[in-house]
Design a protein around this ligand. Sequence first.
Ligand SMILES: [Zn+2]
Length: 466
Amino acid sequence: MRLLKELDRKDPVEVGRELHDFASELFPICRSITGNGIRQTLTRIRQRIPMEILEVPTGTRVFDWTIPKEWNIRDAYIKDATGNRLVDFKQCNLHVLNYSVPLQATMALKQLKPHLHTLPEYPDWIPYRTSYYKEDWGFCLSHNQMLALRDSDYEVCIDSTLTDGHLTYGECYLPGSLTDEVLISTHVCHPSLANDNLSGLAVATALAELLTEHDLRYSYRFLFIPGTIGAITWLARNRETVERVRHGLVLTGIGDAGGLHYKKSRRGNAEIDQAVAHVLRHHCEGSAILEFSPYGYDERQYCSPGFNLPVGCLMRSVWGTFPEYHTSADNLDFIKPHQLADSLRVCASVIDVLENNLRYQNLNPFCEPQLGKRNLYRSRGGDAIAMETNARLWVLNLSDGEHSLLDIAERSGLPFSTISQAAEVLREAGLLSLVAEDVPEKAQPNSNFDAGMSLAQSSRGPRRST
Ligand SMILES: [Zn+2]
C-alpha cells in the first residue's frame, strides 16, 4: 500500500478545500467534554467513516478520575437595563465559561466582574476558558467589551444543565492483516476553535477515509475523544486493546501556517518517533522534533508510566506559544487549506513508512550480486551513482534480517520511499526475501507481501515484533 501515491492522485487544492470545508461545517457547534455538541460532531464524522459512538455514564470511575456530570447549554447572555444583549452566547459560544452552572440573576457590575474573563493584551479577542471539575460560572468577552460596561445592573442568564448523563466518544476501527494496531487520537471537545482542534479532527477523518479504501497490514484505531478525560476513559475500558498498540499519533493543531512539530513518545526511540522524524526531515522544511514532556495533549495519558505506549504528538505551531491559542482568533481564517492538506500528506507518508517498514534477508550475501545482468544497474555516466542504484546497494548490504527498511533509509540518508521501492524491485528479482516475523499473519488478496518460505524462516524461529 502506498497511501501518499493515492492521495497525490487528487488535486491538492481540492483536498485542502474539502478539509477546510469540514472544519467550517463543525465550527459553529458548541462542544465540551460531554454533551450534545460532541454527539452532533461525532454524528457528522460518522457520516464519512465507519465509527462507533460510545457513551459512559456519569460517576463511572476511570483510574483516578470520575466521569463528570453531562453539560448542555441552550443560551447565555448579559443584558443591560434596556434588554440589549451585550454579551451573547448565540453570537459566539466562547462567550460562556465552558461548563458554567445554570444561572438567572440581576446583579451590579461589581458582582459580575469577578466572573468576567478577558485578554487585556489582545483587547478585541475573546478568551476560551473552562471549569470542568470545579462548579463555577462565568463569561468570556473581549477586553473592549468589558471596558464599555457601565456601572449599572445587568440581567445575567446561563441557560445550561449540569446533570447525570454520559461522556461520549467515537471509535473507528479498520482491521488489517495484523492484529497489531496503529492508534490515531484526536480531541473533539473544544467549541468554536479551528486549529485546536477541528484541524486534527478533519485530518484524522480524512486519513481514516483514505485508509478504508486500502488493504492494510496494521489494524487502525481512530479515537475522537474529549481531551484528558476521554483518553483516560478509553484507556480504562481497553486494557486488552492497549497491548496491541504498536504505534500511535495524537493529532492536534495541524492547520495553522506554522512549521510542523513532532513531540516524541516517552520512549523517545520508538518506531513512530523514527518514522515521523524521517518524514519531517525529508519532506518538510522548517519542521522540528521535540523531546517528550509530561505536559501537552492526550499523549500524556498514553505515555503515562503504566502504559508507556509508543505514541507521539504531531502539531504545527506548539500550543501555548502563539497568541491565537485558546482565543477567538483561532478561527477559520487561522487555519489554511494548504496546511491542512500538507498535514494530511505527512500523516499519509508516516503511515506508508509504518506499513512498509519490513526487514529483508539478502539471499545472495557473499559479495555483491551482479546487478547488470539482471538489468538492475543503471549507471547514468560520470562518477555519480544514480540514486536508484545507490538505494539497491544499500538495501542489499544492510538486509541481514536485522535492519528494517527505515534503518536503511536513515543510515543511507535516502528517503524511505526510495529504499522501499528498491527492496520491492530486488525481491521481485529473487535477491531478497522477507524475514519470517514480518510476514503478515494472514495473507490478503492483492498483498505485496511475500508469504513464501524464506531463508530467514528456515534458519530462525518466528519472533513477535515489539
Ligand atoms: Zn486546547
